[in-house]
Design a protein around this ligand. Structure first.
Ligand SMILES: [Zn+2]
Length: 876
């Protein structure tokens, strides 16, 4: 009996055991055909309720349907199938899934009705969340990559692209917005109304969006048939002026590029207080409010440029990403790289005077710095976990991807490339596509298969280093090129990669420059310079700086390329070559003395970008490798080279200054004050900061960050207290963000500790304060140990106050607190402390791997570079 009973119980347990949920992707048992979602949303409430009807096509007969759902409370589920109403039993599926079990096997088609409720978060921007502006709450959504499942049970993968019908029940006083225009609006009892939106074109779940709150709408006119609006929180409509001007200009240029009109019915651009990101939801693009809106009196040049670039990026996604969607997250680089590449192209067409080609070079150099780490991702990285999805949205995907697209556009010609993009858009409109299909379309237009060449950059990490030498023996000019992976000193990486690199040589051909492009497929190759007459005075192996590679010049070729202040080079080339020379110090290919020797010459350039790049090289004089007693000499070098220019620019703008002068002032004056420790400028910053605290018109908005941070760096407790009082009272989010940066900039360790401690009180929103307060102290030798000590002591309290933001945990950034260490003992402490802890933060393991590698590289660099820097300064 006993045994029998035991056996009976075991069988019962077996029958009732919860089915195993999927691990990452949904099984191919069913797919959606269309959705109707209805939500009741009242801003200020912590929950919302929803009903979703999913037309499902079963691909196999089954009794169990898995969907994605996260933090949803399922109230009931019924499947309309074969004329029956089958009650579905919902079964838990861990954090990401919910299963629906039917009383009998089903197949063919059915409609699943689910009633549920979900959370409206107040401190994270994932899923359905709300933000406060003034006295009012506003509800928004952010679903990319995997948070639509927090708003409704669904097939939350980008390949399931179907029409959606959204209905919202909101307060009569609120505006409801979604991806399409309103179809009908009906008042109801209880002060509510039902707003029904038109059915969308086929969309993946991550592009669905809705919003509710007492918004105001500002018309931005029309482009073609598309009505454009900027949606602001109540009372902020007056701040949309620049956006209203820029959006139609950029959209029109995008339509021309794609050769097809904007693919959806309307386009709203909506402001989110507090949040910082932008998202390309179809017809309802979200922007951080301080990017989209500005009071005219506190507006800055950089805000306007960043907005224009971001708007071009998000609107480019309406075609590239929304109309044609990548099939899975391993292909997301294609969306993001393309939109990033497009943002400089389209804003550059609109505003040629912004020199967007130089911004492109600067971004590409930034990507190379990240890509030189062994722990860097490949552009196209296999996705094996949620961590990989979170990590996929990084500088490699965006900036390296954009740089590689630019290189191949230049290689096949911009018109043919554009024709290829048009073929691709037309062929896959409304559906999904892959990298292979994109490259095939480009290849068709180019008349050659570029896939093997392109893939050599997609599927292996790292930056190629091309070494060039010139041989003019027997009357012919030839260059010898060789390639290997560029790795910083101290890197544990291998250098066995081989790329197929389009190398574009620019060289002197009897006084005029000539261009010649070759595809380099071997480790070593020889190229005859066809247009040279005699031996060229100079050779630039990265003409136009369009290539994603670094260049090492043999012999005196670097000096020859940069002779006469690079007078024969374009602005993008001068900027790029200086950046290249500076970065080769880290790889041991250029000595510190050679790089620093370039600084005085280029500090005089008429273009701000070149001066800023020269200042970037001089920044190495701030490094920890410099022995303490020589640091004063490093500061003197900076004052000697840049001091006069900084002094003449001063902290205050002058009438008639052009934008470039204003931008140079913004960069150079704080640099000389801080790194050059220029006393007069420091004192002036302190005086101006104190003045500004009483009178907000005392500092030019473009200079506010530089003034406050410089004052804080050399400031005392009294200044900290005043800045803290100011941030508590400040209503303008952009000004608050400048104030947080200043609070994180004190060099006095005692004060820096007070700034970090603000993070555990919960007084300030972590989305605004986290990075500035926690990582600011990494900038100075006096304070750089503090962030790690602080995190080590307070990790639980910190974790309680940081949100999950756009697919990633803020907490995944904790290991960066140890990033500035440069010795083995500290590296091991960072590793020991975080190794297990980061596993619970999405995206955390890779952050830790990168931090550990940066410390290792720093240890190697210190050993290799300290003697050269010491010698340079000792002689100086
Ligand atoms: Zn994007």
């Amino acid at each position: 009996m006993r045994e029998l009973l035991a056996g009976f119980l075991a069988a019962a347990v077996f029958a009732m055991a919860a089915p195993q949920p999927p691990t990452l992707r949904l099984p191919s048992v069913a797919k959606p055909v269309r959705y109707a979602v209805s939500v009741t949303v009242e801003p200020g409430s912590d929950t919302f309720s929803g009903n979703v009807d999913i037309d499902v096509a079963f691909l196999k007969s089954t009794r169990l349907l898995w969907l994605n759902a996260e933090a949803l409370h399922i109230q009931s589920a019924v499947l309309d199938w074969n004329g029956k109403k089958l009650e579905a039993h919902s079964t838990p599926g861990g954090e990401q899934f919910v299963g629906f079990e039917f009383p009998e096997e089903v197949s063919g088609k059915g409609v699943l009705h689910v009633a549920y409720s979900g959370a409206i978060s107040r401190n994270s921007s994932a899923g359905v969340f709300q933000l406060k502006e003034g006295e009012n709450w506003y509800v928004y959504t952010q679903f990319e990559p995997t948070d639509a499942r927090r708003a409704f049970p669904c097939f939350d993968e980008p390949n399931y692209k179907v029409p959606w019908r959204v209905t919202m029940r909101v307060r009569k006083s609120d505006m409801a917005l979604s991806n399409t225009p309103v179809e009908s609006e009906k008042d109801e009892a209880g002060g509510m109304k039902t707003v029904r939106f038109r059915e969308t074109a086929p969309l993946p779940s991550y592009l669905v969006a809705f919003a509710a709150g007492p918004f105001e709408a500002v018309s931005a006119g029309k482009v073609g048939k598309t009505p454009l609006r900027v949606i602001t929180p109540k009372g902020r409509a007056g701040e949309a002026k620049y956006a209203v001007e820029a959006i139609p200009q950029l959209l029109q240029r995008l339509e021309e590029y794609f050769g097809s009109p904007y693919p959806f019915e309307k386009l709203d651009s909506i402001a989110m207080p507090i949040s910082d990101f932008a998202m390309e939801n179809v017809g309802l693009i979200t922007y951080g409010q301080s990017l989209l809106l500005s009071k005219p009196e506190s507006d800055t040049i950089l805000r306007q440029r960043e907005f224009a670039e971001t708007a071009a990026h998000e609107m480019a996604h309406q075609w590239f990403g929304d109309l044609v969607t990548t099939a899975w997250w391993n292909e997301i680089w294609l969306n993001e790289a393309f939109a990033t590449w497009m943002e400089t192209k389209i804003t550059g067409e609109w505003k040629p005077e912004w020199n967007e080609d130089v911004s492109r070079v600067e971004e590409s150099q930034g990507a190379m710095r990240l890509d030189s780490l062994v722990s860097a991702r490949k552009i196209r990285q296999p996705i094996e976990s949620d961590n990989d999805i979170a990590n996929a949205f990084d500088g490699i995907t965006y900036q390296k991807g954009a740089a590689v697209i630019n290189m191949f556009e230049n290689w096949i010609g911009s018109e043919r490339f554009r024709d290829g993009v048009r073929i691709y858009m037309k062929r896959y409109a409304g559906g999904n596509a892959t990298t292979a299909e994109f490259l095939a379309a480009i290849g068709e237009a180019a008349g050659k298969n570029i896939a093997p060449d392109f893939n050599s950059f997609l599927d292996q990490a790292g930056v190629p280093l091309v070494t060039v030498s010139l041989d003019c023996a027997d009357g012919k000019a030839k260059v010898e090129l060789s390639q290997k992976r560029s790795l910083p000193i101290g890197s544990p990486g291998s250098a066995h990669e081989l790329w197929r690199i389009p190398v574009c040589l620019k060289y002197d051909a009897g006084g005029a420059p000539a261009n010649q492009c070759e595809l380099m497929t071997d480790p070593k190759t020889e190229v005859e310079l066809k247009h040279a007459s005699g031996c060229p005075a100079w050779v630039l192996p990265n003409g136009g700086e369009n290539g994603y590679y670094r260049v090492r010049y043999a012999g005196d070729l670097l000096a020859r390329a940069l002779a006469d202040g690079g007078a024969h080079l374009t602005l993008a080339e001068r900027t790029g070559e200086l950046g290249n020379a500076g970065s080769l110090v880290a790889t041991g290919d250029v000595s510190p003395a050679t790089a620093l020797g370039l600084v005085p010459q280029f500090s005089e350039d008429t273009h701000r970008q070149v001066v800023e790049e020269a200042a970037g090289i001089a920044q190495m004089l701030k490094s920890d490798y410099i022995p303490r007693d020589l640091r004063a000499k490093g500061a003197k070098f900076i004052r000697d080279v840049f001091g006069a220019r900084a002094a003449s620019l001063g902290w205050n703008p002058r009438p008639g200054d052009d934008d470039d002068t204003r931008l140079l002032r913004r960069d150079l004056v704080p640099f000389v004050a801080s790194v050059g420790e220029e006393k007069t400028l420091v004192d002036q910053a302190g005086t101006l900061a104190r003045k500004w605290l009483n009178d907000r018109s005392a500092v030019d908005p473009n200079m506010l960050g530089g003034v406050l941070e410089t004052a804080a760096e050399f400031g005392d407790q009294a200044l900290f207290d005043r800045l803290l009082a100011a941030v508590r009272a400040e209503k303008d989010r952009r000004v608050r963000s400048v104030l947080f940066d200043a609070l994180g900039s004190f060099r006095d360790p005692k004060i820096a500790g007070q700034a970090m401690a603000l993070l555990t009180t919960g007084e300030f929103d972590a989305r605004e304060s986290f990075f500035a307060l926690l990582f600011g102290p990494l900038s100075y030798p006096e304070t750089r140990d503090l962030p790690f000590e602080f995190v080590r002591k307070n990790i639980d309290a910190l974790a309680a106050h940081v949100p999950r933001e756009v697919g990633e945990d803020f907490a995944a950034n904790f290991p960066a607190a140890g990033e500035a260490f440069c010795d083995a003992k500290r590296r091991d402490e960072v590793k020991d402390f975080f190794e297990d802890r980061v596993k619970k933060y999405t995206g955390g393991p890779r952050t830790l791997a990168q931090v550990i590698e940066r410390i290792d590289v720093c240890i190697g660099q210190r050993q290799a570079l300290e003697p050269g820097l010491t010698q340079f300064l000792a002689k100086y």
